[in-house]
Design a protein around this ligand. Structure first.
Ligand SMILES: [Zn+2]
Length: 49
């Protein structure tokens, strides 16, 4: 008897809410959302919400 493997459903990647981008790095770099602030992982820029 062949065992049927259940395909794991992959959760789709979370789409960025609002394309907030870093003003220093440009529109290619999005700011990461944190509690109460957005921050750029590239240059360290952050802004309060
Ligand atoms: Zn930046």
């Amino acid at each position: 008897m062949a065992e049927k493997k259940e395909e794991k459903k992959k959760e789709p990647p979370k789409p960025y809410k609002k394309g907030k981008h870093c003003p220093k790095c440009g529109p290619g770099v999005k700011l990461a959302e944190h509690k109460g602030r957005f921050s750029c992982g590239k240059c360290g820029y952050y802004e309060k919400k």
